[in-house]
Design a binder for this molecule. Structure first.
Ligand code: GDP
Ligand code: MG
Length: 230
């Protein structure tokens, strides 16, 4: 008799979805997840039933009471078990059908960190000008500091779960995506990007769509850049 336990999720990708009041986004995206991709919704203190909708949609739900984009992403990473993890915003600004293009090259071993480079369908509504500008600056900084030729620092991305844990990311706010790329570059990872659709989000933005969110993001990213000799 074969005593080895078969884990049905062992070969899948865990898709970590940080969510703060994203009921509409979660409802739209869960049915669109491609085969082999399991959703982990990290509810970051929502009051709109995000957790119930996620559970009803078949996602694994993790509750992270500490606010912050990085805190939510880290909670999802800690709860994940699949060999590959992907991150995606839960606000319907990314289409899950693009996931395999991001996760595939990581699963096949060609790339260590794959980023989705955002390609906005409608620039004015999907991607405010100040966010595009800040992003251009970051891409330029990444080229100057780490020699990376990325065009975007998007939140949709994929990597090996265990390797990502080894990077020991410390940021728990908006600096998480930048810290990940800088530490991965330091560790000699092969980092690439692939275009993904960037759609107009469902619901209200908490970061780049608001002045407060943008200032927090700039402060968090600035701190991470400042901690390293430029
Ligand atoms: N800003 C923010 N977003 C969070 C938090 N926790 C989870 N999120 C989720 O992180 C994702 C990105 O936030 P969003 O408001 O879309 O930022 P934007 O795309 O820059 O406007 C969304 O899915 C949020 O629901 C948090 O504490 N703060
Ligand atoms: Mg968003």
């Amino acid at each position: 008799m074969d005593n080895t336990q078969h884990d049905p999720w062992a070969e899948t990708v865990d898709v970590i979805l940080p969510a703060l009041n994203e009921a509409a986004g979660i409802r739209w995206l869960l049915p669109r997840l491609p085969e082999g991709h399991r959703a982990i919704v990290v509810d970051n203190g929502s009051t709109d039933g995000t957790d119930d909708i996620a559970e009803a949609g078949g996602a694994l739900v993790v509750h992270e009471p500490t606010r912050g984009f990085g805190a939510a992403c880290f909670a999802g990473l800690s709860a994940a078990t699949a060999p590959i993890v992907a991150f995606m915003d839960a606000d319907a600004s990314f289409d899950p059908v693009d996931l395999p293009r991001v996760t595939g090259p990581v699963a096949s071993g060609e790339v260590d960190l794959m980023l989705g480079a955002r390609s906005p369908l409608d620039r004015s509504t999907a991607w405010p000008a100040h966010a595009r500008l800040a992003n251009r600056f970051l891409a330029w900084e990444l080229r100057r500091r780490a020699g990376l030729t990325l065009t975007d620092l998007g939140p949709m991305r994929a990597a090996h779960r265990e390797h990502l844990l080894e990077l020991q990311l410390t940021d728990r706010r908006s600096g998480w995506p930048l810290e990940m790329v800088l530490r991965a570059a330091d560790a000699g990872w092969r980092i690439e990007e692939v275009p993904v659709q960037y759609l107009t989000r469902a619901g209200r933005s908490k970061v780049t769509g608001t002045l407060r969110g943008t200032l927090t993001a700039v402060a968090d990213m600035g701190r991470i850049l400042g901690e390293r000799d430029g």
